[in-house]
Design a protein around this ligand. Structure first.
Ligand SMILES: Nc1ncnc2c1ncn2[C@@H]1O[C@H](COP(=O)(O)OP(=O)(O)OP(=O)(O)O)[C@@H](O)[C@H]1O
Ligand SMILES: [Mg+2]
Length: 365
């Protein structure tokens, strides 16, 4: 189990992690979500002892990472940065790690097989594609067959087969009782993978609950109604409520003529329709997607907004602007306000060096 208690981290005037308290339980996949710059990677680095907090504690089964005797056997981690000796082969990269922790050579072969890199094991890791690099990082995380896995954006750069593979891998590990803590930007992926969510915004906790509870808490509970008598039903639903009936019912008409009713349950609508002898063809409670719930719940804590209007001369400008070509909700890469560097480009004076050099010119060993 991972336990984070009152954890805070500042970089100069910037509060990256703000009095965070949560725990990550074994036997399930906990998704770690938050807008860009929310503090996910920083929290993971703090758990792994790669950064020092200003206050609070982070422990793994009650022990700080720095105090673990054989850390690779306890915790496997994949962080954003690719910490691999580029001149070394995948096999030797893992062998080095294994030897530093007293792990048998056999685990190197097993981990390579688990991530599907056996065929390229003797190739230089520096020449790996993004997805192969991710797989190697995951192999390193799995090397000590750890009880706890901490994965920062593991599906980054993976092809659909790779995404499916890591999803199934995480599920199998969770089912075997391991603790899985995984950050991701892909809401649809998280919706299919995570059992539990920890959501943060501007370094502070927004939610710590099951995926279902998170979606239920935020969704607007509308009901989709199809009827051949839409105006009659709308009038019936919107008429002044009798005593004890729901107030504030709104009925909107969708493009295809169906009704979207808010402020009433499907059961109430069905009963009203029956009383008014209105025929119903469909009556479906609408459930927000994880993505919609996430957007709604983190709206107040998004720091890096895409400002499409100012790039296109305003929403009312004549057609042909970027905004016309971009689907709603789409934020272009690098949508960062002027003057604010994206997190990856920030000075890392406070960041500890990774255990393995990130570059090198040695030929493959
Ligand atoms: N080494 C550092 N030095 C200075 N500021 C930093 C450093 N690392 C992170 N920050 C700042 O702390 C905040 C949190 O960054 P972090 O990388 O933890 O966010 P994140 O949630 O992982 O974002 P993303 O989704 O983009 O990966 C950001 O505002 C970032 O600019
Ligand atoms: Mg990050």
């Amino acid at each position: 189990m991972i336990e984070v208690h009152d954890l805070s981290k500042r970089y100069g005037a910037k509060t990256a992690v703000d009095h965070l308290t949560f725990s990550v339980q074994p036997g399930r996949i906990t998704g770690f979500l938050g807008p860009n710059g929310a503090g996910k990677s920083t929290t993971m680095r703090l758990i792994l002892g790669l950064d020092r907090p200003q206050s609070g504690t982070a422990t793994i089964d009650g022990v700080r990472y720095a105090d673990l005797r054989e850390p690779l056997r306890k915790v496997g981690a994949l962080l954003e940065a690719r910490a691999v000796h580029t001149g070394r082969s995948a096999y030797n990269h893992l062998l080095c790690l294994a030897q530093s922790q007293g792990l048998p050579r056999k685990r190197v072969e097993e981990s390579l097989a688990l991530v599907g890199l056996t065929e390229v094991a003797k190739k230089r890791a520096g020449g790996f594609s993004l997805g192969m690099g991710q797989r190697l990082g995951i192999a390193a995380a799995l090397l000590g067959d750890p009880q706890v896995l901490i994965l920062d954006e593991p599906v980054n750069g993976l092809d659909p087969e790779g995404v499916l593979w890591i999803r199934n891998l995480m599920k199998a590990l969770a089912a075997a009782g391991k603790t899985i803590f995984v950050s991701s930007h892909l809401m649809s992926e998280m919706a299919q993978t995570a059992d539990h969510l920890v959501v943060i915004g501007r370094g502070a906790l927004i939610a710590d609950e099951s995926v279902d509870a998170f979606i239920a808490r935020s969704s607007d509970h509308s009901v989709l109604v199809r009827t051949p008598q839409p105006s009659q039903l709308a009038k019936e639903l919107e008429r002044t409520p009798a005593e004890g009936e729901a107030d504030g019912v709104t009925v909107a008409t969708a493009e295809d003529g169906s009704l979207i009713v808010r402020g009433m349950t499907a059961q109430e609508i069905g009963e009203k329709a029956a009383a008014a002898r209105v025929v119903l063809h469909e009556l479906t409670p609408q459930r927000a997607s994880l993505e919609e719930a996430f957007m709604e719940m983190t709206r107040g804590s998004v720091e890096y907004h895409a400002d499409l209007e100012s790039q296109t001369g305003g929403a009312g400008a004549a057609g042909g602007g970027i905004a016309d070509a971009v689907p709603p909700g789409f934020a272009p890469p690098g949508a960062v306000p002027p003057g604010a560097a994206p997190p990856a480009a920030l000075p890392s004076q406070d960041r500890a060096e990774p255990a393995v050099p990130t570059s090198g010119s040695e030929a493959a060993e």
